[in-house]
Design a protein around this ligand. Structure first.
Ligand code: CS2
Length: 495
């Protein structure tokens, strides 16, 4: 067999016919969008929608220039450049069908840590209409106690002192907006694609908080004139494995060093307020609505919280993937009951959505055996996920006298997980969290004070002071420390 063909612009026409590929002229595509944080999710979601748009209509001003801000993004920069910024999206359904689709909407990539001025110039360029972000929940630099921009972050302090050499996304955005303002250009829209409720409002608050440290007047202009549409984003995108790279090699003799895997389901609901124009994404399935809040809340409190419930309980039990968990009747029922008894009662009605159907679909999506979404990915950075996905449900149930035990057991199991960093058989777990050592310290002190983990304020705020929660949580701690076979306790809670 011939050596595999490396993916690039010039081999597109030679790809096997089953592979969907861009047929638009990529050399004419301009970068109307600058995207910070090109990971799997951006490549399965915004870049996918934009590729479909470029494919279906003349939208050549809406290509994407990817930006990486940290050294950790170098691998993406190098690989994408080698492949003319092309990559394959492997869309896997539950029956084993795989659609291979080469995505062409990313047409450039820049590293902010190598050449900050070039990235600022690109953002400030008249062609740039939107700067979109997937910087993860932790990237918003929120002070957990005050909810304001965390000015104690050394990188933020560095950026205030060195406005032309920023490190944080907020430094880049501020410098670029300043430049646009000075040259009389309209501001770009800032589009957050992260899993945070009111992601646009939060981005505005953090950016204005940062800009204020530099220039009060500019901060006022950003607050008034820049638009930050809130959005709900959804597509399950597991980590790419060697087997995915091998699949393309063996099936098509194609070499793609970093394809992306995702499920068929894809959703993007966006508030329609773009200060400087936007692509006709509605033509390729994006929903534009006046208020995205109920959609965001539903997704975060069901899908993402559901992932965390399975991720934490499943990890301690010794499961590896989400589909393995939902394949177990007990885990599936626990999840469904958490949805029905704790998450749903504190959700609002969502126009046009039948919540029962939404929950059933979620369980089906989680069960897709070809996605093999690892619990290690789900549990990654739980300290910034649970305050968004799970803790608000607990707080709202406390306020209305609702059920809290399903979620309390998850929090107690997370304490065990952070303490032992191992599953119930003593098998080491790969814990990755910005607060890993702090959580470990708080969790190991459980033997002296059963509330010590819950008293970790950056995650739980004042939750430990709620008597009802503290009591239920303590009972759950006693259970999981008695035996980490979580299934025993799950059965008891459901009884
Ligand atoms: C997951 C999400 O990381 C997580 O905790 O719940 O990445 C989830 O897969 C996506 O939000 C799906 O849209």
């Amino acid at each position: 067999m011939n050596p595999p063909l490396p993916l690039s612009e010039k081999i597109l026409s030679r790809l096997p016919s089953e592979i969907v590929r861009p047929t638009y002229d990529r050399s004419r595509v301009k970068t109307g969008i600058v995207h910070v944080g090109v990971g799997g999710f951006h490549r399965s979601h915004e870049a996918f929608y934009t590729d479909r748009l470029l494919q279906s209509e003349n939208a050549s001003e809406w290509g994407i220039c990817g930006v990486g801000l940290r050294d950790a993004d170098r691998k993406m920069a190098t690989l994408l450049k080698q492949q003319d910024y092309l990559y394959t999206l492997l869309v896997k359904d539950s029956d084993g069908n795989i659609e291979s689709r080469v995505i062409g909407s990313i047409v450039d990539y820049m590293m902010g840590c190598d050449d900050p001025a070039a990235v600022i110039d690109r953002m400030a360029h008249p062609e740039t209409k939107i700067v979109s972000l997937t910087i993860t929940e932790g990237g918003y630099n929120v002070d957990a106690e005050t909810g304001e921009f965390d000015t104690s972050n050394p990188d933020a302090q560095h950026d205030v002192r060195n406005p032309s050499q920023p490190r944080l996304v907020f430094g880049f955005l501020t410098a670029a907006l300043q430049k646009r303002r000075k040259s009389g250009l309209p501001p770009f829209t800032i589009q957050s694609c992260d899993n945070i409720q009111h992601n646009g409002d939060l981005t505005r608050k953090m950016l204005v908080g940062f800009a204020r440290l530099q220039d009060e007047e500019l901060a006022g202009w950003i607050e008034r004139d820049v638009s930050f549409p809130n959005a709900m984003v959804d597509r399950i995108t597991p980590v790419t494995t060697e087997a995915d790279i091998e699949y393309l090699r063996s099936q098509y003799n194609l070499r793609d060093d970093w394809p992306v895997v995702c499920e068929p389901f894809c959703q993007w609901v966006v508030e329609d307020c773009f200060s400087n124009g936007r692509p006709n994404w509605q033509d390729v399935g994006v929903q534009f609505v006046p208020d995205v809040s109920p959609y965001e809340k539903m997704k975060l409190r069901l899908l993402n919280a559901g992932h965390s419930v399975l991720g934490i309980l499943g990890s301690v039990f010794g499961y590896q993937t989400i589909d393995e968990c939902v394949g177990d009747d007990l885990f599936r029922s626990y999840l469904r009951q958490f949805f029905d008894r704790e998450a749903t009662p504190v959700l609002d009605d969502v126009e046009g959505i039948d919540l029962d159907e939404y929950k059933a679909t979620l369980i089906q999506r989680f069960g897709n055996p070809n996605i093999r979404d690892h619990l290690a990915r789900i549990c990654l950075e739980s300290s910034s996920k649970l305050p968004v996905f799970l803790i608000p449900t607990i707080r709202e149930n406390l306020a209305r006298g609702g059920s809290i035990q399903y979620a309390a057991f998850v929090v107690a199991t997370w304490c065990y997980y952070s303490d032992k960093q191992a599953d119930r058989h003593g098998q080491q777990l790969d814990v990755k969290d910005a607060f890993k050592s702090e959580l470990h310290r708080a969790a190991t002190a459980t033997s002296e004070n059963r509330l010590s983990f819950l008293k970790f304020k950056p995650v739980f705020g004042d939750l430990a002071e709620n008597e009802r929660f503290a009591k239920t949580y303590t009972e759950m701690i006693d259970r999981v420390y008695r035996t980490p076979d979580v299934t025993k306790h799950m059965r008891a809670i459901m009884a």
